[in-house]
Design a protein around this ligand. Structure first.
Ligand code: 5GP
Length: 183
């Protein structure tokens, strides 16, 4: 990775800053406060979608001031490419019992909506009391499936982004801000 004037150059691709660490932290705090208010008196289970959502999940629950539980499952859709494969595989199952619980799915990014559709179908076999979705990022122009995202951090253009949990060929998840592939 080569850094030049705030730009990242990776394998000849140029990535430019999209969301700063400050912007992300401010918005995550607001989302945490809103969710804490909406779930007052309940004990929701936050279910993070690995790998991408691990940093967002960690920052989000630090901003939740009601009792809550967490779990993760793992999906794969992009593989090592910059374009969705159009297929989703379940790579790690949940460990907790979601029946009768208020569950909040925590996603890093919603692109076509395929992963959320897959998750909705997965949970249709269970009987949670309620299910909502929070996604840090949504690409509204890429949506191909009719999915409801209850809490959205930022709406972004339909371009490939990295950082804050989001990878490029499994790397760059450790960047604390988000960069977009410049066209
Ligand atoms: P969807 O199923 O909505 O098409 O895509 C959701 C998943 O694709 C995300 O959880 C993420 O793993 C991956 N994804 C979608 N857009 C991007 C992107 O711009 N950058 C990266 N790194 N991953 C993305």
């Amino acid at each position: 990775m080569n850094k030049q004037n705030n730009k990242l150059i990776i394998n000849g691709d140029v990535f430019v800053p999209l969301l700063s660490e400050e912007q992300i932290q401010k918005r995550v705090k607001e989302l945490g406060e809103q969710i804490s208010k909406d779930y007052k008196g309940k004990v929701p289970v936050f279910i993070g979608v690995l790998n991408g959502a691990f940093i967002f999940m960690s920052d989000l629950i630090k901003n939740i001031d009601i009792e809550c539980e967490i779990d993760f499952f793992k999906l794969s859709s992009y593989g090592d490419s910059k374009i969705s494969s159009g297929k989703v595989k379940l790579l790690k199952e949940l460990n907790c019992d979601v029946n009768g619980r208020d569950i909040i799915i925590v996603e890093d990014i919603v692109d076509t909506g395929l992963s959320i559709k897959y998750i909705e179908e997965l949970f249709s076999k269970h009987t949670p009391n309620s299910m909502r979705v929070v996604s840090l990022l949504v690409k509204p122009e890429s949506l191909k499936y009719d999915v409801k995202i209850d809490y959205i951090g930022f709406k972004i253009p339909s371009q490939f982004v990295i950082g804050y949990g989001l990878d490029y060929q499994q790397k760059y998840r450790n960047l604390s801000s988000i960069y977009v592939l410049s066209e």
